[in-house]
Write a protein that binds this ligand. Structure first.
Ligand SMILES: [Zn+2]
Length: 574
C-alpha cells in the first residue's frame, strides 16, 4: 500500500502540485495505476494537459479552486451523464453468444433452481454447468452496533480432484494482515460429526482433518458457526472490511473454501498490496439480517427485506455461479439504475447532495458504457445485476463478483480518475469474476488484461487519438521509467515477488503492453476473436497463462509465444 505522494517526482510543473494536493486527501490502491507516472516524464506539452484532465483528482474543473487548472479539452468526461438506452449506441461488433448456453432453463428439481433470479433468462442453463460446485448457505446477523457479525454456515463440498483429500481448508480472510478484522470459527462439524479445526497462518486459515479422507467424487457437509468483529478505525489495508463513516463493508466476511490445484491447497497469505482471494465458482445463498434502517447492496440478487423481530430485517440473496460474495450496508444509499444489454446496472451512492448525486450518475454512466462495450467485445454478462457502490474504501476501487466498490472521494471531488477506476473494476467482471485466475500467483492475467480493456473503453468512447496518448503516457512511459531506473521486471511473477512500489508499474502498466503488441501482430479481427474465445472457453473457470495462449492459438493457429515470452517474462536493461 502506498501513498500517492511517495510516487510523485518533485518537478516544478504545476501539475505535480495538483497531484500532490490530491494525494493528501486520499490513499490509492495498487489496483489501478493510471496516474502514477504521468508527471514523471517529459511528456509532450500538447499531450500532457489532456492526460492530466483525464486522470487527476482535482485538475481541470472548478472543484478545487486553490489549484492550478490546466486547460481541459476532453469535454466528454465532464459532460453531464446522458440517459442511456438499449439502442442509443450500436454495439461495435455483433454480440457473441456463449456456445454452451442454448435456450434451456434450469429444471425445478435442480439443486440450484433457487438461484434463477440471479441469472438472465438466456443464461438459466448455466445453473446446470457445475453440479459439483461448492454450495454455501450462510446466515449473517449484523449486531445493532454494526461492528459484530454472527454467522452460521453450511458448505456442501465435493472433491473434484483426482486424489483423496485428507484435509479441507477454510480461509478466514478477516484475520489476514490488511483486513483488520477478527474472525473465529466454532461448533464445526463434518457430516454431523463434531471436529476440531486447526488454526494456521495466524488464524487466516483453518485446517479441518478428514478421517477418512474424502475420496474423488465424494461429498461432505460442513457446518459451523462464526463470529466476526470488523475494524472501525485506522489506516490498515484498503478498508475493504469494516464499519467506517456509518457504512459497513463485508468483504470476504465468511469462511471460504480456497482452491485446491496442482499446488495442493492454496492457503498462502498474500501481500497486502495485491488481491488476496483465489477462489472457485460456487453458489451462495445468504440470509443477511441487519437493522432496518440500512440499505443492502450485495453480490447476486436479493429479496426485499422481510421484518425479523429482534434482528431488524432479513434479506435473502442468491448469486448463481459466482466465486465470492460481498455485501455493503449503509444508512443513506440512493440507487440509480439503468438497463444495459438486459443487465440492471445499479449505482449506489451516498444520498448527500449535491455532489454525490452527480458522482452517482457519472458512475452509472461509466459502468453502463463499460458493460455495453465489454458485453459486445468479450461476451455477455450473464447475471441480472451489476452494482457499483460508493464506500469508504482506501482503494480506488475493488472488484467482487456482481459488485464493485468505488472510493467515496471520487464522488466528492468528481475526479476524472473516477471513470478509469469504474471502468477498470467493471472490466474485472469479465477478467477475474467470470474468467477467474490465480490472483495471488498470476495477477497479470486479470490486472494487465483489465487495464488494456480499460484502454479499449477509452478508444471506443473517445477515439483512437486519446487512446494512443494514454498508451504512450500511461503504459509505455511507465515501462520506459522501469528500464531507465534499472527496475524492469517480468510481468508474470506472483504478487509477492514485487515490492509494493514496483507491483503497479510492472503488472498494471507494462503488462498491458503485451496485449497491445499482440493486437498489432495478429490484427484487429483476430485480436477480438482471441478475447472472445478466451472468455467463452474459460467462463466461470480458472484460467492459466497456458489457457490464454491456447485461445491465441485457437484463433490464429499460433501461440505467438515469442511475444508472450518477450513481454510477460522478458526484461530490459540499459
Ligand atoms: Zn484491478
Amino acid at each position: 500500500m502506498h501513498k500517492l505522494t511517495s510516487d510523485l517526482p518533485h518537478t516544478s510543473h504545476p501539475a505535480s502540485r495538483v497531484l500532490r494536493l490530491a494525494s493528501q486527501e486520499t490513499r490509492f490502491s495498487m489496483r489501478w495505476y493510471i496516474a502514477r507516472n504521468l508527471v514523471s516524464a517529459p511528456l509532450a506539452s500538447s499531450i500532457f494537459p489532456l492526460l492530466l484532465c483525464l486522470v487527476l483528482t482535482v485538475a481541470c474543473c472548478p472543484a478545487m479552486p486553490p489549484t492550478p487548472t490546466p486547460p481541459c479539452t476532453l469535454t466528454p468526461v465532464h459532460t453531464p451523464t446522458p440517459t442511456l438506452s438499449e439502442t442509443d449506441t450500436p454495439a461495435p461488433t455483433p454480440t457473441p453468444q456463449p456456445d454452451d448456453v442454448a435456450t434451456a432453463s434450469a429444471t425445478s428439481d435442480s439443486p440450484f433452481s433457487d438461484h434463477a433470479p440471479a441469472l438472465r433468462g438466456d443464461f438459466l442453463a448455466d445453473l446446470e454447468l457445475f453440479p459439483d460446485a461448492t454450495r454455501y448457505e450462510i446466515e449473517l446477523t449484523v449486531d445493532p452496533s454494526m461492528t459484530v457479525i454472527t454467522g452460521h454456515e453450511r458448505v456442501a463440498y465435493t472433491n473434484t480432484e483426482d486424489v483423496p483429500l485428507a484435509d479441507l481448508y477454510l480461509r478466514l480472510f478477516p484475520n489476514t494482515p490488511g483486513y483488520g478484522g477478527a474472525m473465529t470459527a466454532h461448533n464445526v462439524s463434518v457430516d454431523g460429526e463434531p471436529t476440531v479445526p486447526v488454526d494456521e497462518l495466524g488464524g487466516s486459515a483453518v485446517r479441518i482433518p478428514l478421517d477418512p479422507p474424502l475420496e474423488p467424487g465424494a461429498s461432505l457437509d460442513l457446518v459451523l458457526d462464526f463470529t466476526l468483529e470488523v475494524p472501525t478505525e485506522g489506516d490498515l489495508g484498503y478498508r475493504q472490511l469494516g464499519y467506517y463513516d456509518g457504512y459497513l463493508a463485508l468483504a470476504n466476511a465468511y469462511p471460504l473454501v480456497p482452491v485446491y490445484d496442482d499446488e495442493g491447497w492454496n492457503v498462502e497469505v498474500a501481500p497486502t498490496h495485491g488481491d488476496a482471494v483465489y477462489s472457485e465458482t460456487a453458489f451462495y445463498t445468504v440470509h443477511l439480517s441487519a437493522p432496518e434502517e440500512m440499505t443492502l447492496l450485495a453480490s447476486g440478487t436479493c429479496s426485499a427485506p422481510e421484518p425479523n423481530p429482534g434482528a431488524g430485517v432479513t434479506w435473502t440473496c442468491v448469486t448463481g455461479p459466482m466465486r465470492d460474495f460481498v455485501a455493503v450496508l449503509g444508512p443513506e444509499y440512493q440507487v440509480a439504475s439503468h438497463t444495459v444489454e438486459g443487465v440492471t446496472v445499479n449505482s449506489a451512492f451516498y444520498a448527500k447532495p449535491p455532489r454525490n448525486t452527480e458522482g452517482g450518475a457519472r458512475a452509472l454512466d461509466y459502468a453502463s458504457e463499460a458493460a455495453r462495450l465489454f458485453s459486445a467485445r468479450f461476451g455477455l454478462y450473464p447475471f441480472t445485476e451489476l452494482d457499483v457502490v460508493e464506500t469508504p474504501t482506501r482503494a480506488g476501487g475493488i472488484e467482487y463478483p456482481g459488485l464493485v466498490v468505488i472510493n467515496s472521494g471520487y464522488y466528492e471531488t468528481l475526479s476524472d480518475r473516477m471513470e478509469w477506476v469504474v471502468v477498470h473494476e467493471v472490466g474485472h467482471q469479465w477478467w477475474y469474476s467470470l474468467v477467474g485466475n490465480d490472483q495471488v500467483d498470476e495477477p497479470w492475467l486479470d490486472e494487465a488484461l483489465v487495464q488494456y480493456s480499460t484502454l479499449l473503453y477509452y478508444e471506443n468512447r473517445y477515439g483512437t487519438e486519446l487512446a494512443a496518448e494514454l498508451l504512450e503516457g500511461v503504459f509505455e512511459q511507465a515501462h520506459e521509467d522501469l528500464i531507465t531506473s534499472g527496475r524492469d521486471a517480468s510481468v508474470g511473477l506472483p504478487v509477492a515477488a514485487y515490492s509494493g512500489e514496483d507491483y503497479g508499474p510492472v503488472v498494471y502498466q507494462k503488462g498491458p503492453l503485451y496485449f497491445h503488441a499482440l493486437r498489432q501482430e495478429v490484427g484487429e479481427e483476430d485480436f477480438w476473436a482471441i478475447l472472445q474465445t478466451y472468455f467463452t472457453l474459460n467462463r466461470y473457470g480458472v484460467a492459466t497463462p497456458e489457457d490464454w495462449l491456447a485461445a491465441v492459438e485457437a484463433v490464429t493457429g499460433d501461440e505467438h509465444r515469442a511475444l508472450y515470452e518477450q513481454w510477460i517474462w522478458g526484461t530490459e536493461e540499459r
